[in-house]
Design a protein around this ligand. Structure first.
Ligand code: FAD
Length: 391
């Protein structure tokens, strides 16, 4: 597939503004030129393509909808979503990098930080000169982060002492600053912990079959002492702090997953038209057409869902339960689209000559992180029945 166009069955492009189309087009060209030629090797080698960090900053991939006064682009949430779509068409690992940087590090500094913290961090995070990570999950607390054991205790002289272990932290090893969530005497609070602080380390986790072109780490905090003014995010208390960040990131993921699906759909469509079996292109067989019809239908429904969600987000009326529906549905259908594409490619579907198996394996992580498929199902269940069913 040449990937010159986004899959557009239902006039999706017509829903976009001129600026949104331009932003998407620039991102598409970047991904085609800079990501597709190198990404399979990075995935095979389990390395993140670090040289792309400043280029992605230049294109505004980090916190694009945050205001220009902090070095961001102040564009619409639909433009942000389109960027995530294009980036994940390259690889979910790259989109994860941008999601963490923009939604899980820049956004909480913007929404919960002091003016000095915002001025200090946001412009450098926007360009990619500094890298951030988000430490919420722990070895024993994944879907239930409210039970976290990491603890921060006030010390004399405006200091805090933090102890605990975080796990599965994207960008942890490479980050200059970690947003660490910890229990305190006033509930869960967020802290900015800088690389090199004594007692703080971030060993890389290896051995993943998914998101191989993304760095995943533990965060170990052993009697880490931080300064309250520089480190504590002053304007939020409680689990709503980290959950607010996750709502931002999940919004981008609901768009991004479709990018991976689009790549697999286009690849399968091309392949089906050119692969000959029983003297005919396999695209002429009803069983293969059924798969392609299902794939393009679900991709189209997903696009319309996130477009509406983006407009609601711009109007500041969107709810976390609406984001749950989009994340749950779009990641689920994206994974299924990739699986069907894999079958259409036959044996070639497992090779790294095609992007399909990489996307499929990546989406297994996306299905689980940022709230598992099941947890989002429970959010929607509670929304429509009024009855929580988590425990
Ligand atoms: P568990 O919570 O143990 O869940 C296991 C299974 O039980 C799931 O199927 C789940 O749906 C189900 N389950 C749990 N509770 C219920 C219930 N009440 N009812 C029904 N079913 C239930 N975290 C961060 O903080 N920062 C990051 O940057 C980050 N990056 C990640 C990168 C990768 C590659 C991965 C894989 C994970 C990352 N995570 C990160 C962690 C991720 O958010 C967690 O894995 C996720 O929240 C699920 O937690 P868990 O893996 O402990 O699964």
């Amino acid at each position: 597939a040449t990937f010159t166009h986004i899959t557009d069955y239902m006039g999706f492009e017509g829903l976009l503004t001129e600026e949104e189309r331009m932003i998407r087009e620039t991102a598409r060209k970047f991904v085609n030129a800079e990501v597709l030629p190198i990404i399979e090797k990075h995935a095979q080698d389990q390395t993140f393509p670090k040289h792309l960090i400043p280029k992605m900053g230049e294109l505004g991939f980090y916190g694009p909808s945050l205001p220009e006064e902090y070095g961001c682009m102040g564009v619409s949430n639909v433009a942000y979503g389109l960027l995530m779509y294009e980036l994940e068409r390259g690889d979910s690992g790259l989109r994860s990098f941008a999601s963490v940087q923009g939604s899980l590090v820049m956004w909480p500094i913007y929404a919960y930080g002091s003016e000095a913290q915002k001025k200090h961090w946001l412009p450098k995070l926007a360009t990619g000169e500094k890298i951030g990570c988000f430490g919420l999950t722990e070895p024993d607390f994944g879907s239930n982060p409210g039970g976290m054991l990491t603890k921060a205790v006030r010390e004399p002289g405006g200091k805090w002492r933090i102890n605990g272990t975080k796990m599965w932290i994207t960008n942890g090893t490479v980050a200059d600053v970690a947003v660490v969530w910890a229990q305190t005497e006033d509930g869960i609070r967020g802290f900015l912990v800088e690389k090199g602080t004594p007692g703080f380390s971030a060993p890389e986790m290896k051995g993943k079959w998914s998101l191989r072109a993304s760095t995943t780490s533990e965060l170990v905090l052993e009697d880490v002492i931080v300064d309250e003014t520089a480190s504590l995010l002053p304007n939020v208390k409680g689990l709503k702090g980290p959950l607010g960040c996750l709502t931002q990131a999940r919004y981008g993921i609901a768009w991004g997953a479709l990018g991976a699906a689009d790549a697999c759909y286009q690849c399968a469509l091309d392949y089906a038209k050119s692969r000959i079996q029983f003297d005919k292109p396999i695209a002429s067989f009803q069983l293969q057409q059924e798969k392609l019809a299902w794939m393009v239908t679900e991709l189209t429904k997903g696009q319309l869902l996130v477009h509406q969600l983006g407009r609601l987000k711009d109007a500041k009326t969107f709810t976390p339960a609406q984001v749950s529906m989009a994340k749950m549905n779009n990641v689920n259908v994206a994974l299924e689209i990739c699986r069907k594409a894999r079958t259409i490619l036959g044996a070639n579907g497992i090779l790294d000559e095609y992007p399909v198996m990489r996307h499929m394996a990546n989406l297994e992580s996306v299905y689980t992180y940022e709230g598992t498929h099941d947890m989002h199902t429970l959010v929607i269940g509670q929304e429509v029945t009024g009855i929580p069913a988590y425990r």
